[in-house]
Design a protein around this ligand. Structure first.
Ligand SMILES: Cc1ncc(C[n+]2csc(CCOP(=O)(O)OP(=O)(O)O)c2C)c(N)n1
Ligand SMILES: [Mg+2]
Length: 347
């Protein structure tokens, strides 16, 4: 399945102005967050950052489809989804300033998974638990194209199919797994096709169209709640580097040849579409941009008020009793801090 809006006018679409503009607002917030986060990282304000530029429509659309009570199992790249879900910008930034958790809020989001695909079995387990308890929420597992080559992906989807778990697998195919182009990731015709092996539906959606994504994920959630999980492959493109530690010039020559709709900027495309439909004018666009800037400025100031975390925290939460190697590393870190000062401080 492949849905596009580019050929349809706003009048022909089945969305209200209110919905269309609320998607726009979140696309603007997401774009500004991403740009600011990159520049904050570049001036040493926070640690490495994985940009999602180019993936705003995909993430904002999917997050709009989720209900407050649904659970999201995100990755490091899903900051736009989390922003839309209501995680305060301050918390998203603090996570990258060494604070172990961004769950000091009541948003139903699990911590961002950095090990690839490990959140998929967790999401399926949470969905199965919801089902056993008779709860009527669904679970969404977010992951990238690269995650589909991991055992956890196959195990998770297999369980979901066998146990009719109320889960939507939201695979954001951004064309790359670091330097690995997605056409080298699999010999399957599509990633969505993999769902067939587990006995449920797989769909592809134009991931640069927030309305198509919101509708597709919305339908998938409804299906999941009736015991039919769905794998959604959202086709989009990573415009930036994998993370701020990456240098794409070393592998750009492997860039896949993709159709225009796949690599087009989703924010520009959506804004142009709204303007053509007379839904958006300069005044509204400027007000939306200004509100997003203010929100982010305030979040940066608020994050700066929070003291740096205790560096010893990085040794906690893994083992009940620290291993010898961890104890050695901890001593090494203390020696470093005594000599050079706290890495999070200005000294
Ligand atoms: C289990 C595991 N193996 C390898 C890595 C290193 N790694 C980090 S990101 C990444 C690529 C993931 O690509 P994809 O799933 O497409 O997600 P994207 O980064 O494009 O959002 C890899 C291999 C890891 N974090 N975890
Ligand atoms: Mg990817």
């Amino acid at each position: 399945m492949h849905r596009v809006i580019a050929s349809n006018s706003f009048a022909e679409s089945n969305v209200t102005e209110e919905t269309a503009l609320s998607l726009y607002r979140d696309m603007v917030r997401a774009r500004q967050f991403d740009e600011r986060a990159l520049s904050l990282q570049r001036r040493g304000w926070m640690s490495g950052y994985p940009q999602f530029r180019g993936q705003e429509a995909s993430q904002v659309g999917a997050a709009h489809a989720l209900a407050t009570e649904d659970w999201l199992f995100p990755t490091y790249r899903a900051n736009a989804m989390e922003l839309v879900r209501g995680v305060p910008v301050r918390d998203l930034l603090l996570f990258r300033r060494g604070h172990a958790t961004l769950t000091d809020n009541d948003v139903n989001d699990f911590p961002q998974a950095v090990p690839i695909a490990t959140q998929i079995p967790h999401a399926v387990g949470a969905a199965m638990a919801a089902d056993y308890r008779g709860a009527d929420h669904a679970v969404c597992a977010y992951f990238g194209d690269g995650a589909t080559s991991e055992g956890d992906f196959h195990e998770g989807l297999n369980f979901a199919g066998v146990f009719d778990a109320p889960v939507v697998f939201f695979c954001e195919n951004n064309g790359w797994a670091i330097s690995m182009p997605s056409q080298r990731q699999t010999a399957s015709a599509t990633l969505a096709a993999k769902a067939q092996a587990y006995g449920f539906e797989g769909v592809q959606v134009d991931g640069n169209d927030p309305i198509a994504v919101a509708q597709t994920v919305g339908d998938a959630l409804e299906s999941a709640k009736t015991g039919d999980p769905v794998l959604v492959e959202s086709l989009t493109y990573r415009q930036g580097a994998h993370t701020t530690s990456d240098d794409p010039s070393r592998y750009e020559h492997r860039r896949p040849s993709l159709p225009d709709w796949r690599t087009r900027d989703p924010v520009e495309r959506y804004e142009a579409w709204l303007r053509e439909g007379d839904v958006l004018d300069d005044e509204h666009a400027t007000a939306t941009e200004t509100a997003a800037t203010t929100e982010i400025d305030e979040a940066v100031t608020a994050a700066e008020q929070v003291p740096s975390p205790d560096p010893d925290e990085i040794f906690e939460h893994v083992y009940a009793e620290p291993t010898r190697r961890l104890r050695d590393q901890r001593l090494g870190m203390h020696r470093f801090v005594d000599e050079h000062g706290h890495p999070g401080s200005d000294h």
